[in-house]
Every structure is written in C-alpha cells, then in structure tokens.
Design a protein around this ligand. Structure first.
Ligand code: KIV
Ligand code: ZN
Length: 518
C-alpha cells in the first residue's frame, strides 16, 4: 500500500500495541497482541505499530509474528535513534508484506538536557544517521521529534528538514506530554509545512496524548493544518491519560464530514468489538460515559430524551448505535437448546471452535443455562472467551467450596488439576476472595503480587455472570487473567488461575536500558 494519502485521505495509524501497551499494567501476551492486530487489520486500520522490538524478546516476537500474519495493513516497529534499535526493528519486520520503521529522538530543551544529556548538534546528527540507517532497510520511514510540541521552532524545522532529506517519508509531531491545545497545534503543523523547504516530500502526522483531555481535538486540528496521518489507540489506551482514541477520531470524521471533509478506511461497525477486545486483554475498563464505546454512550434514560427518541431518533442521536457495531442484546436459547442451535449462535458471534473446544463450551453453556434464567449473547461471549483462554493451561480449576459471611473465619477449599494431578488445599483469609487466592498460592507456590482485582457483571440481574480480571506481577513481569461464572468466587479463582498460567509461560519483558518513549 502506498501510505502517501490523497488530498482528503487521512491515514489511521494505530499504536494500541506499542504506546497503548506501554501504559503500566496494560501488558498483553503474544496471543492477545496477535488477536488485536488481526482485528485492526480486518477493520481497515492503515498502519499497525506492533511494538518496540529492542525493548524485549516479547516485543520482538510480537512484531515478527504480527508481520507474518498481517494481510492488508503496513506493520510498523519503533526504534530509538541508535543503530542497534533500528537493526532490531528491521529484523522483526522482515516477514511483513509492507513495513515501516519509526525512529524517534527527543528534541525539546528539557528532554535533551536531562533525559538524553546530549547537545542539540549531537541530536541533529542522530536524526540524520538514524533515518539514513532505517532507509537502508525500507523506503517507508517515519521520524518523530519526541516532545515535539515543547521544542524550539527553529531547531524543530532544522531537524524535520534533515529527516526528510535523509529519507523520512512521514514526519510525526508528538505532543508527548499532552500539553498543547488545538489552536497552538494547528499553528505548529502549519508553521512546519510553510517553513520547512522540503515539507511537501513527507506526510505530516499527529501523535497527541490526552493529559489535558484534548488529544482528539488536537489531532483534528493537526489534520485541518494539513497533517494526513493520525496516531491513535483503541479506547484511548496509553500512558497516563492515554493517547487520542481511534474510535473518537474515526467517528468524528464520519459524523461531521460536513466540516471535516476527510476520508479514512476504517470499518466503523467493528469499533465496539475492538473496544471490548482491548478492554478485556488489557483489563482497562472503559468508563461508562466514554464517547462512542462507553456503556452509556447510546443510552437514553431521561423521560424527555426517551420521548424525543421515540418520535424521531435524530432528536438526541447524532450517530446510530449500528454504525459503531452496537447490536441489540438478544436473548439466546435456554437450557433446552441443543447443540445445533448453540453452534449456530457461536457462528453468529464470530466463533469457529474445534470439536473438543465446542464440546467443552457446550457443556459450560448447559451448566450456565441451568443456573441462569436468561442466557444472552454477552454471556456466551464471556463463557467462550474464558474457555478458549484456558484450553492449554497447566493448572486447571476443578472445584471450589467457600465459607463466607459475617461470622468468620472465611475459608476456601480449592481443588486444582496441576499438570494432570489433582491437588487440594483449604485456606483462610480476610474474606472469601482472599481465602480463595491463599488456597491457590498454597497449592502452586509463587511470588507474584496481586496488582488488580476487578469485578464486572456481564449482564443485568442478580443471576448475572461475574466477569473478573486479575493482574499479577512477578519480577517485573505483568500478566492479566479473566474468568467468568455466575458465582463471583469461582470467576475470581478462574481469573487468578488464568493470570498464573500466563505468568508461567510469559517471556521476560525487561528493557535493555531505560526506555522512555511514551
Ligand atoms: O509520545 C511520544 O512522543 C511517542 C513517540 C515515541 C512517538 O510515543
Ligand atoms: Zn506517545
């Protein structure tokens, strides 16, 4: 694909797997990254920044595997200005049909002095050498001046001109600390396009962080000023307050095409699916009133609004729920539903399970239908995701019996299958969840610490399934597990086990030096 856009074509560059995953606690396994990348590719994202290959073996492997599998999008790898970084990125990107190397270095006075401890001239030389080296591997090279919005204009112009001269085809201007405002960012991109003599030889790109809540507004201001690439993440995932949210950018372009006359290639009907997937694998919940993908984004509660909606949806709805892929919750079969109906439903929900996985899922569906009056699509999704996630686990849930309530001690008897051998332990704790986790720790000894424990109801009602997320950390490795069940404690145990199983297989994720890209 030629990433040089037509006049009104805005390239969507997704960095969920790099800048998003970099946010503390949001780390994903290789399988999860592949799953997200496949969906991004399918939904028409132009460029997928798949990781920072020098950062760890895990990042390298993810960029390499995503490069192998991606069909349509350009796969991008991040690199600092050094030769080792660039070589490593190029190596990871080798299998890609279309690849891009994204090299960056800080250019603001505060970053150069304190972070890099380099003089401006040294930074300038590094811009040229890094872009030149990246060009030896690919003719699709992006260069970013980190902390660009706090960089002196004369120096920024010099660096951008040199980067383009050395072969950069995209110039990205990061608002690394989320400091700029729309008018100022508009002026900055305009200034660069006017003052840099060879600016017409590169595509300008926005990369805005959301510290002041203006990442999307700033990105759109950049496009108004002539930028034709927006860097963004699903759900606005990213360090601190996150990055510009892909779904907001894309829906703004679609909904306000009257005053934002630009096109992008994203299939908006896959937005909700992507949001749910990223929220699930990162265990970062989406706030209820989040634009586009929040639970309340299309809910009309007040009487006046409901009345208006019944008369004409346009009274309070600027975009339809269908346009982002939000479907009416539909009632599924109950306990009398058979295998055939269940298989058809799985197909409708986008699952194609092998024989064994199907039998296991069907058995769990039957158990669920016995316990729960109404089984909804969301219940099936939670159940199947939980089942698929645990298919190859070393440690498997067998049973749990808990003593809870106000008259302690709370106690949990946990039975697990550890590599084919059944083991059990009864532990006490400060509450039933603590007792359950203590029992697991006694059976499978490990040193991880619990960083997050989160419970959501999958649907409404007291018989709703609990969807639990657990994040564990051990020696700098962070993993997230999920579990679903109508019993919150069983779901909690499943989530803990899912995280523990991942911890055992996860590769080291340690940076070779302090990695500071944000
Ligand atoms: O925010 C930032 O400056 C970054 C760069 C690496 C592009 O993420
Ligand atoms: Zn960033």
């Amino acid at each position: 694909m030629n990433t040089a856009p037509e006049n009104d074509r805005v390239v969507i560059f997704d960095t969920t797997l790099r800048d998003g995953e970099q946010s503390p606690g949001a780390s994903m396994t290789l399988e999860e990254k592949i799953q997200v990348a496949e969906l991004l590719d399918d939904m028409g994202v132009d460029i997928i920044e798949a990781g920072f290959p020098i950062a760890s073996n895990g990042d390298f492997e993810a960029v390499q595997e995503i490069s192998r599998r991606t069909k349509n999008a350009v796969v991008c790898g991040l690199a600092r200005a050094g030769a080792k970084d660039i070589d490593r990125a190029a190596e990871a990107l080798k299998p890609a049909k279309q690849s891009r190397i994204h090299s960056f270095i800080s250019t603001s006075p505060v970053h150069m002095k304190f972070k890099l401890q380099m003089e401006a001239d040294e930074v300038f030389d590094a811009v040229i050498s890094s872009v030149t080296r990246a060009r030896q591997y690919t003719d699709n090279v992006e260069w970013s001046p980190e902390d660009g919005t706090r960089t002196e204009h004369d120096f920024l112009c010099r660096c951008v001109e040199a980067a383009i001269k050395a072969g950069a085809t995209t110039i990205n201007i990061p608002d690394t600390v989320g400091y700029t405002v729309p008018d100022e960012y508009f002026e900055l991109i305009t200034m660069l396009r006017e003052r840099v003599p060879n600016s017409d030889q590169a595509v300008f790109s926005t990369h805005c962080h959301n510290d002041l809540g203006m990442a999307v507004a700033n990105s759109l201001a950049g496009v108004h000023a002539g930028a034709r690439q927006i860097e963004c993440t699903i759900n606005g995932l990213g360090e601190r307050a996150g990055n510009a949210a892909l779904e907001e950018v894309v829906m703004a372009l679609k909904t306000r095409s009257d005053i934002l006359p630009y096109q992008c290639g994203v299939d908006t009907t896959q937005i909700i699916k992507a949001s749910k997937m990223v929220s699930a694998v990162s265990a970062f919940p989406v706030q209820f009133n989040k634009a586009i993908v929040g639970k309340n984004a299309f809910a009309h509660e007040s009487g006046i609004h409901q009345d208006g909606m019944l008369k004409n949806a346009e009274t309070y709805e600027i975009m339809t729920p269908e346009s982002v892929g939000l479907k009416e919750t539909s009632l599924v079969m109950g306990k009398h539903s058979g295998r055939h109906a269940f298989k058809t439903k799985l197909g409708d929900l986008g699952y194609d399970l092998g024989d064994n996985a199907f039998q296991d899922a069907f058995r769990r569906f039957k158990d669920l239908a016995d316990k729960k009056k109404h089984v909804y699509d969301e219940d099936i999704v939670a159940l199947v995701d939980d089942e698929m996630g645990s298919a190859n686990d070393l440690i498997k849930f067998v049973s749990l019996r808990v003593v809870a309530g106000s008259e302690g001690p709370q106690e949990a008897k946990m039975v697990l299958d550890v590599a084919g051998e059944e083991k059990s332990f009864t532990a006490t704790g400060d509450g039933p969840v603590d007792a359950t986790f203590n029992a697991i720790k006694a059976i499978v000894e490990h040193n991880s610490t619990l960083q997050l424990y989160q419970v959501h109801a999958v649907t409404q009602g007291t018989d709703a399934q609990a969807d639990v997320s657990v994040r564990l950390e051990e020696n700098g490795k962070t993993v997230t597990g999920r579990g679903a069940d109508t019993d919150t404690l069983v779901a909690s145990a499943r989530a803990y086990l899912s995280a523990l199983n991942k911890l055992m297989t996860k590769r080291e994720k340690t940076a070779p030096e302090a990695l500071v890209a944000s």
